[in-house]
Ligand binder design. Structure first.
Ligand code: ZN
Length: 136
């Protein structure tokens, strides 16, 4: 009951702390689009708001304008599978994200990241031991 109320409130609440929350989402991925890895300029709703998707972390991912604009109201996973930059590791990351496991999501994203890890400078999300997984 309480949880439900909280979500409801969060959804109704006039964007209190919205900016900060959005910023924190971008920081999770070091300002990278979760779909293609380019610079994230926007927040994408995995389940579109038009279909009842909430503005909560589990449903909102950093995305570049190009991905956000191209996905529009499509199902995120279906849309993503059709993209030429599709990467199953990123797809898994998005899945983990929607399940609230941001940490796992970030590990998967790091795994998918082509050798640009130096710009991921967030110490709290850094897991050096996993770099050995990277495909050359
Ligand atoms: Zn993108």
């Amino acid at each position: 009951m309480h949880n439900r109320d909280a979500v409801f409130l969060e959804d109704l609440c006039p964007k209190l702390g919205d900016r900060r929350w959005r910023k924190s989402l971008h920081e999770f991925t070091a300002e990278r689009c979760i779909y293609c890895g380019k610079h994230s300029e926007s927040i994408d709703h995995i389940l579109p708001r038009s279909k009842g998707g909430l503005s909560i972390t589990e449903n909102c991912v950093p995305a570049c304008l190009s991905c956000n604009g191209s996905k529009t109201d499509n199902d995120a996973f279906e849309w993503y599978r059709k993209q030429r930059f599709y990467d199953p590791r990123r797809s898994m990351a998005i899945k983990a994200w929607t399940e609230g496991d941001i940490r796992l999501a970030l590990r998967l994203l790091q795994w998918a990241e082509p050798k640009q890890t130096k710009s991921i400078k967030q110490s709290k999300t850094r897991d050096n031991e996993d770099y050995s997984w990277q495909v050359a």
